[in-house]
Design a protein around this ligand. Structure first.
Ligand code: GDG
Length: 479
């Protein structure tokens, strides 16, 4: 297969936007992965002959660049040791908990850091190789925070943007990181550093001022070499119209009815959908629901909690412990309060196609999203997108980025179990008029600001920031 030519737009993300699937004849092929990031960036990639650089998810699979579904993809190879140290270690056992308010204790290991540096360098070198003269490169997320600086050193002609999908912690927590200065300097290689919320951008600017000593003014950072870096908030969103269309489709409507029937046609269906991650507050929410059943606020004959926990990072110790914890709690609650054919919690440790997700969103009366800390939380927005008839209630943690936009949700503090219980009862007892009032306002938000608007805003800001730049990448929807 031939290598793609130099690209005017290069996306650099930890994972490629495709998953490998095995065919019945034993061969393998690539299928686009279902995530929102892919659907947001696909049109802009096609419009600008973009190239996507990312890891396949394998080990030692030295693959050449390839095309899948008309997208130019450049795979990054990792050894088994790098997967352990860079991905499971530094990314998911150091940065992930540190950036999520220390919900778990971050581990600091010097070998993990060394691996983080060398894998970031590999991504940067590939980006330098595949970017056309003056191209735009958009680097994504916490696994790749050193790439902007490494890439700028190799290719000063490029326009470089960085976007962090998870929270950026306050200085008091970030300070713990032994490599704090290197990370800040890594990010400062970008022209634009984007965050989910204004508070995260402010944390970053303050840290740069305190720790690196650069001059700052509001959202601008002035570097000694004359460059200016901008830090801004670009709250991510979803393919709202796509979800709504799916939710209206006959197949999804039928499937939603089937799901309710299979659950025994209860009056109220509660739903949680999360990656099985300790930041998501799954344990606390199930406990709250279990207590409500125990105390007679809900009866298993007419209320059920469906919890989908998508397997995630199963090689990381904390995630294995969490899985056991949840298994035990669900066992206790169902053992104590369930009746034959009527568990209090219907627990599914699995992932599902998008259609099934939409059917679940349609089937649920109360969507329960209770993270201790979350960059945004797309599940909350997807639920709202699917409730085109203005029915349903959203119970949402105030510590999810989405809470800054979805103010009409039943907002809760996930550390306050009693508060969470009151919100669950309040949402279940609210009348249709009240629910419609809240849902209508939330729908307006996700309809006005979808994922295409997010990508458009970021790329416009990145490219319009410097009018001397000749090869400006245009967001797809403007062309
Ligand atoms: C990170 C940040 C930020 C889940 N299960 C299935 C499935 N999903 C899809 C959902 C949703 C996505 O995965 C999960 O996104 P979240 O935002 O809820 O959470 P993270 O995975 O932690 O994402 C987060 C996000 O990045 C984007 O910036 O919002 O704060 O932590 O879209 O629908 N999709 C399918 N089957 C499943 O079983 N098809």
């Amino acid at each position: 297969m031939t290598s793609p030519g130099p690209a005017a737009l290069v996306i650099v993300a930890n994972r490629l936007p495709v998953d490998q699937v095995s065919e019945p004849d034993g061969t393998t092929s690539w299928r686009p992965s279902p995530g929102g990031l892919v659907s947001a960036l696909e049109p802009v990639m096609r419009e600008n002959d973009g190239t996507w650089i990312g890891w396949t998810g394998g080990r030692d699979d030295r693959m050449e660049p390839f095309e899948a579904d008309d997208l130019d993809l450049v795979p990054v190879t990792m050894t088994a040791q790098e997967v352990e140290e860079f991905y499971e270690g530094f990314s998911n056992a150091t940065l992930w908990p540190l950036y999520h308010d220390l919900v778990a204790k971050p581990e600091f290991h010097r070998e993990w850091w060394d691996s983080y540096v060398s894998v970031n360098r590999r991504f940067a070198e590939l980006a330098a190789e595949h970017a056309a003269e003056s191209a735009t490169v958009w680097v994504h997320d916490y696994q790749l925070q050193l790439v902007p600086q490494m890439l700028r050193e190799l290719r000063p002609d490029l326009r470089i943007g960085f976007y962090l999908h998870i929270p950026f912690p306050p200085a008091e927590l970030f300070q713990q990181l032994p490599w704090r200065r290197q990370i800040l300097e890594g990010l400062l290689g970008a022209d634009l550093v984007g965050f989910q919320l204004p508070g995260a951008a402010a944390n970053f600017v303050r840290l740069v001022r305190q720790r690196v000593g650069h001059k700052t003014h509001r959202d601008l950072i002035y570097l000694p070499d004359g460059r200016t870096v901008r830090a801004g908030a670009f709250p991510i969103s979803i393919d709202t119209a796509g979800y709504e269309e799916l939710a209206r489709s006959e197949a999804v409507v039928e499937r939603a009815a089937e799901i309710r029937e299979a659950l025994g046609d209860p009056r109220k269906v509660f739903l949680g959908i999360d990656r099985l991650d300790y930041t998501k507050g799954i344990h606390a929410r199930l406990r709250a629901f279990g207590e409500l059943v125990r105390d007679g606020h809900f009866d298993v004959e007419d209320a059920v909690f469906v919890q989908v926990a998508v397997p995630s990072r199963e090689q990381v110790e904390q995630y294995r412990l969490l899985r056991d914890d949840i298994d035990r709690l669900v066992g206790h609650i169902n053992g104590d309060y369930g009746r034959i054919g009527r568990p209090a919690i219907s627990y599914l440790h699995s992932s599902y196609p998008r259609e099934e997700m939409a059917a679940l969103y349609r089937a649920a009366d109360i969507m329960v999203v209770t993270p201790y800390r979350d960059g945004m939380n797309l599940v909350a927005k997807e639920y709202v997108a699917c409730r085109h008839d203005n029915t349903g209630a959203l119970v949402l943690s105030e510590f999810a980025g989405a809470a800054e936009e979805l103010r009409q949700a039943y907002l809760i503090n996930p550390y306050d179990i009693n508060g969470m219980k009151s919100a669950l009862v309040g949402a279940a007892r609210a009348d249709d008029k009240e629910l419609a009032r809240r849902m209508r306002a939330m729908r307006k938000t996700v309809i006005q600001h979808d994922v295409a608007a997010w990508a458009d805003d970021f790329l416009t800001e990145l490219n319009d920031g410097d009018l001397t730049h000749d090869k400006v990448v245009r967001p797809a929807r403007r062309l």
